[in-house]
Design a protein around this ligand. Structure first.
Ligand code: B16
Ligand code: MG
Length: 226
């Protein structure tokens, strides 16, 4: 393993809750149903695709012009930015600071593959920007997760072959993207949404370099036998 590539929302910090609150604010305004289960299906999905999904679920997919949809997305983002402006290093998910130190101690390259256009601002607020050797710009990609492009781009920016990368995700679309990229997939969360992951941890505090190295060896053995 030469590189570790991180998703942001739900892996490094719990901004998934802020996305939920910001979309809920919009859903209430335009009177469409929205709950945590709908929010779960939006994890890892871009802002525009998230709005489309919400409108379809609310039976309002033809109700708004492109300009109106853009205005709704801008409003959602303003609300979201107001929430993330309060983030501090205390908002790192448990164990992530320690895990980043372990990776740096072993000279393992660190990359970010987040669909969020707000990712650099969030890393700055969390004071971990300097730990990352590469941050993918999601606006430069042709396809979002579950397409592997974002993870392949991260590996290319780090100068590491995809086969030598482990990537960490909390969303089903993200795990699919990692596996399609030919990388070792670490899922954080509940097993039912992580079926394709090579290693599943229930929470970020369970993520250690020792565990990752052990599972990496087992993964190598499985691959040789295939
Ligand atoms: P933004 P990740 C994703 O981040 C979120 O999971 C998803 O809920 C959000 O819609 C997407 O970023 C876009 O975020 O509106 O800030 O550009 O999980 O890929 O780190
Ligand atoms: Mg995520």
């Amino acid at each position: 393993m030469k590189a570790a590539i991180f998703d942001l929302d739900g892996v490094i910090t719990d901004t998934a809750e802020y996305h939920y609150l910001a979309w809920k604010h919009i859903a209430e305004q335009i009177d469409i149903p929205f709950n945590r289960s709908v929010n779960e299906s939006l994890k890892g999905i871009s802002r525009a695709e998230s709005l489309e999904s919400m409108l379809i679920i609310g039976g309002a997919q033809t109700k708004y012009t492109n300009a109106e949809k853009q205005a709704l997305m801008d409003q959602k983002n303003q609300y979201y930015q107001m929430l993330i402006s309060k983030l501090t290093p205390e908002d790192l998910l448990p164990g992530i600071g320690r895990f980043l130190c372990e990776l740096k101690g072993e000279n393992i390259k660190i990359g970010l593959a987040s669909s969020s256009r707000n990712a650099p601002a969030i890393l700055k607020r969390l004071e971990i920007m300097d730990d990352f050797h590469a941050i993918v710009d999601p606006t430069a990609l042709a396809k979002g997760k579950p397409d592997p492009e974002i993870f392949l781009t991260a590996a290319a920016l780090l100068g590491v072959s995809p086969a030598d990368c482990a990537a960490i995700e909390d969303a089903e679309a993200g795990i699919s993207a990692i596996k399609s990229a030919g990388m070792f997939a670490v899922g954080v969360g509940h097993e039912q949404s992580m079926l394709d992951a090579d290693l599943i941890v229930r929470q970020t505090s369970d993520l250690t370099l020792e565990l990752l190295n052990e599972e990496w060896v087992q993964y190598g053995i499985r691959k040789i036998k295939e």
